[in-house]
Design a protein around this ligand. Structure first.
Ligand code: GLN
Length: 544
């Protein structure tokens, strides 16, 4: 078992997740099987109950784990799916320690942070490594070195390094080298301090990844090397990139792949970046452009929609046209005529998922515009549910139609609670979660987009489409074109529209740079096609 620990210093938000993912990619490009594990030192058991405004998007894994968004970065950079054990939190560790204590597993001993909590952390890391079959496990420690919460984890990793012995663990420390003053001087002092902090707990970094706005000059690298006791070739500069998928190549160009393989005694084969480089080259072509409107309620914090943004990057890397995302605050939209006017000129509209009542009317309004103006539309989860609500209100003439999430007493509950949800009280991990099989109708638009009639997609919802309205939907052109094996509605599409698709699941979680998600791809293709020849909206069948 070989381990690469990635810690962070000075400030959070340095892109440690991207760094860790990129390091994984360097090894994978050499044919070395890798996996990544994220440590989140907060006390929440998982990210499922956390507000996207505080912590960004909740990323859902195949097994239904509601994880930190960095897990999404790992999956995208590595092109492999992970499971819930790859997101370790203080909440999970303490829960299992306390359960063991209650069972009497500690045989009367006093239960302490060291060795019991650290022991539990080491055991979990070893187990994840073993189960994954990877040769190298990357462990990203969330937060900043010096935080009280991350102490037990760093201590456990120090112990693990000692137990595994020389040449088995590499400590990579990511820091900020700010550029200040009128002449733009790069400052190394914060890096020195954070390395000192790390050394005080017994960890000596073997590589420093310096983040900053511009590349580090050789003398600054030399200074960091000297003051922090790290080999000169192990001080790596990662300046801000216009696209994150560039980072593996930035690291590679500074010899990081070779350095790491040497440190860990791994074979240093010639790395293969053929597909990765092709993706980046196509991405940069920017031939033509489309404007995609995203109508959501967390638009002030882009991390809340990270997987959507990345999915569009992946599409750009496949189609070579510039995709410009325009953000619309769903709550503000109904009272902002200027924004409504702009929205009408969009080439495509995406309404993502969400919870609660805030912003739903704006979503419905955006959907109505997409439907009646023939603008390509993709509705995801809540966006899909609201498409059904909007259709019921305006096409079926049921003005009070709603989801019971917003109006529990609506006379027309077009979207209502899943049967199994009715008796639940707790909020953590209780939704319909994770990968489920979806069967698509042969000949439908959605089946055409995927090129097959059976897919697995990830879910995260409590409410679902009420089947008693489906017949009327169909009569007016909104048809079910995908169902779960138990019959639940998974996909609705409008037959009379150039591209109007709603899905109960979250396609954004499965998009990868080398494999953009078919639904995002088709949405943008439809937008491009409409720019060339605007397709008319066909009237519903007469008498319907
Ligand atoms: N709030 C809706 C539900 O719980 C949609 C969830 C979502 O968009 N992820 O069913």
């Amino acid at each position: 078992m070989k381990v690469i620990v990635v810690s962070g210093g000075v400030i959070s938000g340095l892109g440690k997740g991207i760094t860790t993912s990129s390091l994984g990619r360097l090894l994978k490009a050499r044919g070395i099987p890798v996996t990544i594990l994220k440590i989140d030192p907060y006390l929440n058991v998982d990210a499922g109950t956390m507000n996207p405004y505080q912590h960004g998007e909740v990323f859902v894994l195949d097994d239904g784990t509601e994880a930190d968004l960095d897990l999404g970065n790992y999956e995208r950079f590595l092109g492999q799916s992970l499971v819930g054990t790859h997101n370790l939190t203080t909440g999970k560790i303490y829960r299992s320690v306390i359960e063991k204590e209650r069972r009497g597993d500690y045989l009367g001993n006093t239960v302490q942070i060291i060795p019991h909590v650290t022991g539990e952390i080491k055991r979990t890391i070893r187990e994840v490594a073993q189960a994954s079959g990877a040769e190298v496990v990357l462990v990203e420690v969330g937060g900043t070195v010096g935080d009280i919460e991350s102490m037990p984890f760093l201590e456990a990793l120090r112990e693990l390094s000692y137990e595994l012995g020389e040449g088995h663990v590499a400590f990579v420390h990511t820091t900020l080298v700010p550029v200040v003053g009128p002449v733009g001087e790069a400052k190394t002092k914060p890096t020195q301090h954070s390395v000192r902090e790390l050394r005080a707990i017994g960890i000596r970094p073997t590589m420093i990844i310096a983040r900053g706005p511009t590349p580090l000059a050789p003398d600054i690298k030399a200074k960091i090397s000297l003051f922090c006791d790290v080999a000169p070739e192990a001080v790596i500069s990662v300046p801000d990139q216009s696209i994150i998928y560039e980072v593996p190549l930035v690291l590679e160009a500074q010899g990081v792949g070779t350095h790491l393989t040497r440190l860990l005694g791994l074979p240093d084969r010639e790395p293969d970046y053929a597909a990765w480089k092709e993706f980046l080259a196509t991405y940069r072509r920017e031939e033509g452009s489309v404007e995609v409107a995203v109508v959501g309620k967390y638009t002030d914090l882009r991390d809340a929609y990270l997987s959507h943004i990345e999915a569009f990057h992946h599409v750009q890397g496949r189609l070579g046209c510039a995709i410009r995302l325009q953000w619309y605050d769903a709550e503000d939209l109904p009272r902002n005529p200027g924004a409504l006017g702009r929205l009408k000129r969009s080439d495509a509209i995406l309404v993502p998922g969400g919870f609660g009542t805030r912003g739903v009317e704006g979503k419905a309004q955006a959907i109505e515009i997409a439907r009646t103006d023939g603008i390509p539309f993709l509705g995801i989860c809540y966006g899909f549910q609201m498409a059904a609500v909007e259709f019921a209100r305006h096409a079926l003439n049921l003005p009070s139609a709603n989801t019971t999430e917003v109006d529990p007493h609506t006379p027309d509950p077009v979207v209502c609670l899943l049967e199994e949800q009715k008796a639940l009280t707790g909020l953590g991990g209780t939704m319909r979660l994770g990968a489920q099989r979806v069967v698509l109708t042969e000949g439908s638009r959605v089946a055409h987009a995927y090129g097959r009639t059976e897919v697995w997609e990830r879910h995260r919802h409590r409410y679902e489409i009420n089947p008693s309205y489906l017949e009327r939907f169909r009569e007016h052109g909104l048809v079910v074109s995908g169902r779960a094996v138990d019959g639940r509605v998974e996909v609705l599409e409008l037959e009379t529209h150039p591209f109007f698709l709603g899905v109960q699941y979250h396609p954004e979680f499965l998009s990868r740079p080398e494999a953009p998600h078919p639904l995002f791809l088709e949405l943008v293709r439809a937008a491009l096609a409409r720019k060339e020849v605007p397709a008319p909206v066909v009237a519903p069948p007469a008498g319907a």
